[in-house]
Design a protein around this ligand. Structure first.
Ligand SMILES: Cc1cc2nc3c(=O)[nH]c(=O)nc-3n(C[C@H](O)[C@H](O)[C@H](O)COP(=O)(O)OP(=O)(O)OC[C@H]3O[C@@H](n4cnc5c(N)ncnc54)[C@H](O)[C@@H]3O)c2cc1C
Length: 559
């Protein structure tokens, strides 16, 4: 058993946890973070990608709207490399109540959310695929945010100030005396080793899992995991975030992000944040509603569907999930439950993660007698550029190598590929991932599987959904890291063939709900490559039979 000692232990490696970690580290507090998967493994890696202007909440949840509006400006300032300034539109479609628009504008004025009505003609010039029958259009300061990059940026910056990050460490026990939490016991999921962490304070930043963590200490937090499904289209059907101007509901937003546009979302309570699926009804609903914004969208090429779970905090009976406020809640277990040494931070939005972190650390710092003020609203998170920081962790450098301007776009990668003359080295042609980027990411310490590489480099996220890059990536992994020696086998290191099938399965889960038209043809081609040419279902040390099952489904769909 390993033992660690720290002042503050943060549980959860999403936006909130890494934001908290950076804030703690900047205040000089000794801290460590544990995450059961890779960073962004939870909701932060499965959200819609919208940097809220606040417009969505102005009528229904004005406090959230105000928080979003303020944080929107701060995040643009401190992490411009993670945010694309797309701008946003709220539009009144023929299906929407026109009277709501005036209510919307008045509520924007009250809450400080910037808004400007623009002529419908201008909105259509900006977004030619928008429904020509929209009746009014309002410009707002929405944006698109890369949560993978932002989370890693916070964690990397926190490390620079001395924080420790332990991924693939799952908290399985909280240690407490009668009236105090004194530490946590984790399982290192890669080695199987038990790790005991002594801490003066624990911050539970596990989002939808916060209730499960609290229960380990015998405390009760009612978090309702609200599942939301989203669909990625294979190109940017809009370049501006487009919202329906009405009360928040299902399928009423399109967010352009990187090379795709994301339609969403739904809101369905699920009993467990780890157990949910995507139903055909949800996919149909999102596409049907999307038709009001972009007519014909349901016939365009989809890439995949995925879902995440909202960490909705339900203090009392708030009615339906959509009625639960989107503001965050800081729970001080000392004053709330008589158990010192732990706080839980729940609810909120990605857009408000920094504010949540600030308020949480204010409280914890006060308990620890630390008077250093919060600096995260003013101190930009450094974007590491290729070669600019030779002492940096290789993984951080690989991740930021692509950044040549405030926000990464495919064009920037193309410019790098052209400048380096590295066409022959392209491993993922859809997302222009080069061999050098992949090698750097594979060789970095935190990377455990090909899905982690996807989050770092965008491998397999383009139209072919890993069809041509997965086997190349697995082969490079094998060459560099996983010869699968007896020692590695003993340490439980999975063979490259197992990583390959795991990655294909993950991609498959996402494409299954949207298999028709061109994406079905693409999947059929991928399937023939992997099953017929590469016999991936008969690779040594691969026990997963699900590939075989998936093949039957595809064949049935084509017939
Ligand atoms: C469908 C959907 C769309 C959304 N769209 C937007 C949007 O467009 N804009 C916006 O601002 N917000 C959006 N949100 C909200 C936003 O995504 C969340 O508020 C935010 O990502 C929550 O971050 P978090 O760090 O609190 O939680 P998470 O990202 O879930 O992080 C919690 C982490 O805790 C880890 N964990 C759990 N149990 C343990 C354990 N035992 N040991 C160690 N680690 C553990 C999990 O693996 C997880 O990584 C959306 C949410 C959903 C569901």
């Amino acid at each position: 058993m390993r033992t660690l000692t720290t002042d503050v232990l943060v549980i959860g490696g999403g936006a909130t946890g890494t934001g908290v970690l950076r804030d703690l580290a900047l205040r000089g507090i000794r801290c460590a973070l544990v995450e059961k998967g890779d960073l962004t493994h939870g909701t932060t890696g499965r959200y819609h990608g919208l940097l809220h202007s606040g417009g969505r909440y102005v009528v229904k949840d004005p406090q959230s709207a105000e928080e979003c509006a303020r944080e929107n400006e701060i995040l643009r300032r401190i992490m411009s490399h993670c945010i694309e300034e797309t701008g946003g539109l709220f539009v009144v479609t023929p299906a929407d109540d026109e009277a709501f628009a005036d209510q919307f504008v008045a509520a924007c004025r009250r809450t400080g959310v910037w808004v400007e009505e623009i002529p419908v003609r201008e909105a259509l010039q900006r977004e030619p695929l928008l429904n020509p029958r929209i009746r009014r259009a309002f410009a707002v300061r929405d944006g698109a945010a890369d949560s993978f990059l932002a989370t890693h940026a916070n964690a990397d910056d926190a490390r620079r100030y001395g924080a420790q990050v332990l991924t693939y460490h799952r908290v399985v026990e909280l240690e407490r005396t009668a009236d105090r939490i004194i530490g946590a016991v984790c399982e290192d999921l890669r080695s199987g080793e038990t790790v005991r962490i002594h801490a003066s304070f624990i911050i539970n930043a596990t989002g939808a899992w916060a209730g499960k963590i609290a229960a380990l200490a015998g405390l009760r937090i009612s978090v309702v995991p609200g599942k939301g499904t989203m669909i990625a289209m294979n190109h940017r059907i809009v370049n501006t975030v487009v919202n329906r101007c009405k009360m928040p509901a299902d399928g009423d937003i399109i967010v352009p992000i990187h090379t795709v546009a994301v339609l969403g979302t739904t809101d369905i309570p699920v009993p467990d944040p780890d157990v949910y699926d995507i139903t055909p009804e949800e996919v149909d609903l999102i596409l049907e509603e999307g038709e009001w914004l972009v007519p014909g969208v349901s016939h365009m090429r989809t890439l995949r569907a995925w879902a995440g779970v909202r960490p909705l905090y339900k203090e009392n009976d708030a009615g339906s999930d959509r009625d639960i406020p989107r503001t965050y809640k800081l729970l001080d277990h000392e004053t709330r439950d008589g158990v010192a040494g732990m706080v839980s931070v729940v609810g909120g939005k990605w857009t408000t993660y920094r504010l949540m972190a600030e308020k949480t650390v204010d409280l914890v710092a006060a308990r620890l007698g630390v008077t250093v003020p919060c600096r995260t609203a003013d101190l930009p998170i450094e974007a590491l550029h290729h070669g600019a920081a030779p002492d940096q962790d290789r993984r951080a450098r690989a991740r930021f190598a692509i950044l040549t301007s405030p926000f990464y776009l495919l064009g920037h990668r193309l410019a790098e590929v052209e400048a380096d003359d590295s066409y022959g080295d392209l491993i993922c042609e859809c997302e222009l991932v080069t061999r050098a980027q992949l090698e750097a990411a594979i060789q970095s310490e935190g990377t455990a599987n090909l899905d982690d590489l996807r989050r770092d480099t965008r491998l397999g996220m383009g139209p072919c959904q890993g069809g041509f890059c997965t086997y190349r990536a697995a082969a490079i992994w094998y060459e560099l890291r996983n010869q699968h020696s007896p020692a590695q086998q003993a340490a439980g290191v999975p063979p490259a063939s197992a990583l390959l099938t795991h990655f294909l399965q993950e991609r498959w889960k996402g494409v299954t709900p949207t298999l028709w038209g061109d994406q079905l043809r693409q999947e059929r081609l991928d399937e023939l490559n992997y099953l017929e040419t590469l016999a991936v279902d008969r690779l040594p040390e691969t026990t997963d039979t699900a590939i075989e099952a998936s093949r039957d489904v595809v064949i049935a769909a084509i017939v």
